[in-house]
Design a protein around this ligand. Structure first.
Ligand code: NAP
Ligand code: F7E
Length: 325
């Protein structure tokens, strides 16, 4: 009998890679999708006939219970969130409702429908915020710097609490930034690669960015979903940092991207205060040694390969007359 998995956030970047990965492992894959007036399944179109989509919303407790009862999963991966940090300042309550309380709704639904379900929570390096330690590891104290980061700290601790209170197999993956050609256009890597491709093709003249000094530990999303699955195959639930262990500034990202297409970034990049944040996370770099030792996980794609892969895909998309969705 094949295993069944339910993915919330299946229409997002990670959800689409995780669905592909679980299908390749022989899983029956279910995805929770919320009702929107315009449907956007672009990231899962290519696998839509192999998965089952179930309507539901992280804001609606009943829909979560019905979804679990319908698909009876062995594993639940909670990837749904309002995940864009900048938006969390203009929609702090909504962000808290989906990204923080949504986790409790789902955990409580699991507890009542089938407490044997294994649960993965998509925690984030944004919880480390104003970092207390370099590099950041599982035991580093949290100091979030945005409503999004605060919501993720809640999601992390409620996962730990349900593990300890009800003996659920509930695991928190503390993932550092991970990117891909499927990354939303609002995030800085994809914003850079998409606009560099446009500039290269003569379709744009400039790229407007915010803070060029902040540093991130950027990996490839395809590598990171493998770590999520490995976490749920362990006998004991736990917390794991998933990262590359390398950090790069936004300026380095811009340099690598423009260099790849033979252009000088100084001629195109304009700093725009609209993209500055009320409070910034200056430096993130993770220590993935626990994931290496316990899960046998390590990243396969380097920072440079990642950026070049994203530019290649954006050039292909634009040359074929497509647009970022
Ligand atoms: P993403 O592309 O923004 O996807 C978010 C997903 O959540 C989408 O499928 C979205 O559905 C869904 N969603 C939002 N609100 C919902 C609601 N009320 N009910 C049901 N579904 C809802 O995010 P991602 O980059 O794949 O990240 C996946 C998860 O990992 C998120 O929880 C994120 O916060 C976390 N995370 C990401 C990173 C990273 O670097 N990517 C790092 C650490 C943690 P729609 O298509 O309907 O909008
Ligand atoms: O910003 C700076 C910005 O929006 C990265 C989410 O997946 O990873 C992501 O959060 C950095 C920040 O990602 C622009 O100020 C400069 O310092 O790509 P980002 P993020 O905020 O790190 C974590 C781990 C998550 O969990 C989140 O869900 O880049 N930056 N100029 C800019 N950022 C954006 N978006 N746009 C700019 O124009």
């Amino acid at each position: 009998m094949s295993k069944r998995a339910l993915i919330t956030g299946i229409t997002g970047q990670d959800g689409s890679y995780l669905a592909e990965f679980l299908l390749s492992q022989g899983y029956e894959v279910f995805g929770l999708v919320r009702r929107t007036s315009t449907v956007n399944f672009s990231r899962i179109e290519h696998i839509q006939d192999q998965i089952r989509l179930i309507p539901g919303d992280m804001l609606d407790q009943t829909s979560l219970q019905l979804a679990l009862a319908e698909c009876q999963p062995h594993e639940v991966y909670n990837l749904a969130a309002q995940s864009f940090v900048q938006t969390s300042w203009t929609q702090p309550v909504f962000t808290g409702d989906v990204t923080a309380l949504g986790v409790t709704r789902l955990l409580d639904a699991i507890r009542h429908v089938d407490p044997d379900i294994r649960f993965y929570q998509a925690s984030s390096s944004e919880m480390f915020g104003k970092v207390r330690e370099v590099p950041q590891r599982e035991t580093t104290p949290f100091y979030p710097r945005s409503p999004y980061g605060v919501a993720k700290v809640y999601g992390h601790w409620i996962t730990v609490n349900y593990r300890e209170s009800y003996d659920l197999h509930a695991t928190s993956g503390i993932l550092f930034n991970h990117e891909s050609p499927r990354r939303g256009i609002e995030f800085v890597t994809r914003k850079v690669t998409y606009n560099v491709a446009k500039i290269k093709l003569g379709l744009a003249k400039e790229l407007r960015l915010g803070n060029l000094d902040s540093r991130r530990d950027w990996g490839f999303a395809g590598d990171y979903v493998r770590a999520m699955w490995l976490m749920l195959q362990q006998d004991t639930p736990d917390d794991f940092v998933v990262a590359t262990g390398e950090t790069h500034s936004v300026e380095e990202l811009v340099t690598v991207a423009f260099d790849y297409v033979g252009l000088d970034w100084h001629e195109y990049v304009v700093q725009d205060p609209r993209f500055m944040r009320p409070a910034e996370v200056d430096l993130l770099v993770g220590d993935p040694s626990k994931a290496g030792q316990v899960l046998g996980w390590e990243p396969r794609v380097t920072f440079k390969q990642l950026i070049q892969m994203m530019i290649d895909e954006d050039l292909r998309l634009l040359e074929s007359g497509g647009k970022a969705s």
